[in-house]
Design a protein around this ligand. Structure first.
Ligand SMILES: [Zn+2]
Length: 136
């Protein structure tokens, strides 16, 4: 097998594992928070990305669920991009993003070098924003 194919398979494994994780997480959370009468509506609600259609009890962390659901969708997108061959490459320098990095951050769009550069820039911008807010 050629190297890119191996990488492709490993990245796919990473994404599928993440997807299974997040789905398990959603279900566990829902099972605790939502009565069984609402569970059957979960799937369609998740697909539509609209969890507000489910009548949830008090204390449901909707924000958390929405976030998990967004992650799930993002993983699907990433899997599509992987099939197209555009997943796992840095948007800045077009280099391969390290597998180690993708394992921790499957949606990383920058390689570690470009990411650090970006973070430095963001840090500077943030400090400037904070300074502006302070003086306002
Ligand atoms: Zn890069």
């Amino acid at each position: 097998m050629v190297k890119t194919e191996q990488r492709h398979l490993r990245l796919k494994e990473i994404l599928l594992a993440k997807k299974a994780d997040v789905e398990k997480d959603i279900r566990q959370h829902m099972a605790r928070q939502v009565g069984p009468e609402n569970e059957h509506r979960l799937d369609s609600a998740l697909d539509q990305g609209d969890l507000s259609s489910i009548d949830m009890g008090e204390g449901v962390d909707l924000a958390l669920l929405e976030m998990r659901n967004k992650t799930r969708k993002a993983i699907d997108q990433a899997l599509l991009r992987l099939e197209e061959g555009s997943y796992g490459y840095c948007e800045e320098c077009s280099g391969e993003i390290e597998e180690k990095r993708l394992k921790v951050m499957p949606f990383a769009q920058l390689c570690i070098v470009c990411q650090r550069k970006k973070e430095e820039l963001e840090k500077i911008e943030k400090e400037e924003t904070l300074r502006d807010t302070d003086s306002a």
